[in-house]
Design a protein around this ligand. Structure first.
Ligand code: GLA
Ligand code: ZN
Length: 684
């Protein structure tokens, strides 16, 4: 079975986390739920995520009868099931009997039983127990026609510092460096006399011990990330040990920092993630650009459509201010995911819990058990829309632009003791470049510096703050430009190698010829300090970081206007081989990035849509033959349609000026056949 075959069978998935094990004493509720699911156009639910003790009340004694009944009844009602492995929350009996499954924090304190996703991923006991229950689940349910996908655990995250993990870390280091001498050299341990003379002296980072060695900290993140990947592989093998091999996913998270998702995604058949944007809490346009980027990163992890595994149908209950979604926002936010490549809109959760920590978290069905509510109507509307958009399910998104977003680099930037301590803002910096393209409705892929990354085929590659270079990535960039590509690189790039050793020689390492300049120094600005620059006849602000570059062939497009480095370049352009490379030496304001990429987009013909002059806060996302026109501005806007389109949701024809409500969305296709085929993209 192909990894996303189920999409072609079921169409877009619509549904969410469903916890009928909380209602086993209320048989009527399951029946009622199935009836309401039909009413809401729900076709898929995720079950079993936190059900381990229900499934295995005592060690080795399984009870699956209740689950048999749930899955059978759902399937009789035509509802597909994503079946979870329960490893996200361990049973109390296990914690008491085998304390080694409990995590140890960085202060070396062993945690007590409680909460979730806080078990040791190296513990042999934990792995054995998980393998056993996963195998039992697979034997029982892999062939069930309702079950379409394995949901491995839940939101993996965090680290464990127990003795098992320390030993595994030392082994990992031994494999990586071979000898302690090499480790000492790569980590440069001699500087503060941190030489290790026996492997046992190496400890994971701790506020009680070592926190200043960036290479140690980056290696620890890599190790924990690989440990998680290995744990997923173990679970995957267990659930795929049955005769019927269903695809697996694990639900990932937004802006997630702990693990390298590009590496983790290699273990998954389908990427899925949980999206909880904080709408109406500040700037919705910025929020939309941030979540568009989150979606695009998720799609890029496997360069394939992904699943929106969780989102709230109304509000969450764990933020400081738990806002409701204003009218329109539920549909807009759900279809934003679809526009960026999601094959589902799933919620946390279907029915509100009667008690526990999430009693007041939004759900499709509230405690009042009614279908005539605002939230239920919103959800139903999304279900109907997904049915109308069905031909789009499984369609990939095409992008001409690729932004480098690398977890290793991110960790290194965040740990770096340079520039602005703790304020280097890697994610936000990448998002600034992304946003300039998003506002123009330009599709973007992301990639990292893995050896398999292929840049050929992109018209534009953007490398913001590429501080750490690994896998000779500079050579890839050089080749890409020399073959005719356009590269944009920013300040704080090409400074250290894979283990945080500074490159000796001119920087950005390996790219000075490509960029036609070398960077000599970097100034950091106090929060209130500003410099300025002129770009295309307009003045813009500069904050935070200013590099002092020496041009060696590059042409200066914008220069500093103040301070002793007045006149030195802020933005440069250089021809190299068949291509060109731009360098942005300072943190220019968003408007400057918008202007810069606006020009570039025209020159490189990056827009995949015919809309010109989109109002502020309105963007277009293209997937297949559909144009998703979205209004995040908070006010009504007029969009000028450049030709006649079919409104796929309303099934009407539209042209000329069209009013778009606050939080409104239009899904348009071109009306003539040729125009449609021209934009039709072949499915996988
Ligand atoms: C996370 C978890 C869910 C639930 C939601 C609430 O995403 O995976 O189990 O707690 O948050 O928003
Ligand atoms: Zn551990």
């Amino acid at each position: 079975m192909m990894s996303n075959d189920f999409i072609h069978q079921a169409g877009f998935l619509h549904g969410g986390d469903y916890n009928p094990d909380q209602w086993l004493d209320r048989k009527d509720i399951l029946e009622e739920d199935i009836r309401l699911m039909h009413q809401a156009h729900v076709n898929c639910v995720s079950v079993g995520i936190f059900s381990w003790t229900r499934m295995e009340p005592r060690e080795g004694e399984y009870d699956f009868e209740w689950l048999d009944e749930v899955i059978d009844r759902l399937w009789k009602g035509g509802i597909h099931v994503i079946l979870a492995t329960p490893s996200g929350a361990k049973p109390a009996w296990m914690a008491r009997r085998y304390p080694e499954v409990l995590r140890v924090n960085e202060r070396r304190e062993r945690l007590l039983f409680g909460e979730r996703q806080n078990h040791c991923l190296t513990s042999p006991v934990y792995r054995e127990k998980v393998r056993a229950i996963d195998t039992a689940l697979a034997e029982r349910y892999a062939a069930h026609p309702a079950v379409i996908l394995w949901h491995i655990s839940n939101e993996f995250g965090g680290t464990c510092h127990c003795e098992n993990c320390q030993a595994a870390f030392r082994n990992w280091l031994r494999k990586k460096y071979g000898t302690l001498q090499e480790l000492n050299r790569r980590w440069c341990t001699g500087v503060w006399n941190q030489w290790y003379t026996e492997w046992e002296q190496v400890e994971s980072p701790s506020p009680l011990g070592e926190m200043s060695c960036v290479s140690l900290r980056v290696d620890w993140q890599r190790f924990m990330s690989e440990t998680c990947a290995d744990f997923i592989r173990m679970e995957k093998q267990a659930v795929q040990s049955a005769a019927v091999k269903l695809p697996v996913t694990a639900n990932l998270m937004e802006r997630f920092w702990d693990y390298d998702y590009f590496a983790l995604a290699e273990t998954l058949d389908v990427v899925s993630w949980d999206s909880y944007p904080e709408w109406h809490s500040g700037d919705d346009i910025a929020r939309a650009a941030e979540f568009a980027m989150n979606h695009d990163i998720m799609r890029s992890l496997k360069k394939a459509p992904f699943l929106l595994m969780e989102s709230t149908p109304s509000q969450v209950n764990w933020k400081n201010v738990n806002k409701l979604k204003k009218p329109g926002m539920h549909t807009l936010s759900s279809l934003q995911a679809v526009a960026h490549g999601s094959d589902s809109v799933q919620y946390f959760q279907w029915r509100k819990c009667v008690g526990g920590p999430e009693t007041f978290h939004g759900a499709v069905v509230s405690h009042n058990n009614r279908a005539d509510t605002r939230v239920f109507r919103d959800v139903t509307q999304v279900g109907e829309m997904l049915e109308r958009l069905r031909p789009l399910a499984g369609t990939p998104v095409q992008a001409k632009v690729c932004i480098i977003f690398d977890w290793n680099c991110r960790w290194a930037v965040d740990f770096a003791q340079a520039g602005l301590k703790g304020q280097m803002r890697y994610f936000d910096t990448v998002n600034g470049h992304y946003r300039a393209l998003w506002e123009q409705g330009i599709s973007v892929d992301f990639c990292d510096m893995r050896a398999c990354t292929d840049l050929e085929g992109y018209s534009l590659v953007i490398a913001p703050m590429l501080f750490m270079l690994r896998n000779d990535f500079e050579k890839k960039l050089k080749e890409y430009v020399s073959h005719g590509g356009t590269l944009v690189m920013s300040y704080f790039s090409g400074l250290v190698d894979d283990t945080d050793l500074a490159f000796m020689g001119d920087t950005p390492h390996g790219l000075t010829e490509v960029l036609g300049l070398r960077v000599e120094e970097m100034d950091a600005l106090h929060p209130s300090e500003r410099n300025h620059t002129m770009l295309y006849g307009k003045q813009y602000e500069i904050a935070d970081l200013c590099e002092l570059c020496v041009p060696e062939g590059a042409e200066t497009m914008a220069a500093y206007q103040q301070d002793f480095y007045r006149g030195l370049p802020v933005i440069t352009r250089n021809h190299y081989g068949e291509g060109q490379a731009y360098y942005i030496a300072a943190r220019v304001e968003q408007a400057a990035l918008n202007a810069f990429y606006g020009k570039l987009a025209g020159q490189l013909a990056l827009r995949g849509h015919p809309f010109a002059d989109l109002p502020r806060g309105v963007t277009v996302t293209v997937r297949g033959n559909c144009f998703f026109v979205q209004n995040y501005s908070g006010v009504q806007q007029t969009v000028h349609l450049p030709c006649t389109f079919t409104d796929t949701l309303e099934k009407t024809e539209k042209n000329g000026p069209v009013a778009l409500e606050p939080n409104g969305i239009l899904v348009l296709t071109r009306t003539t056949k040729e125009q449609n085929t021209e934009l039709m993209i072949d499915k996988d």
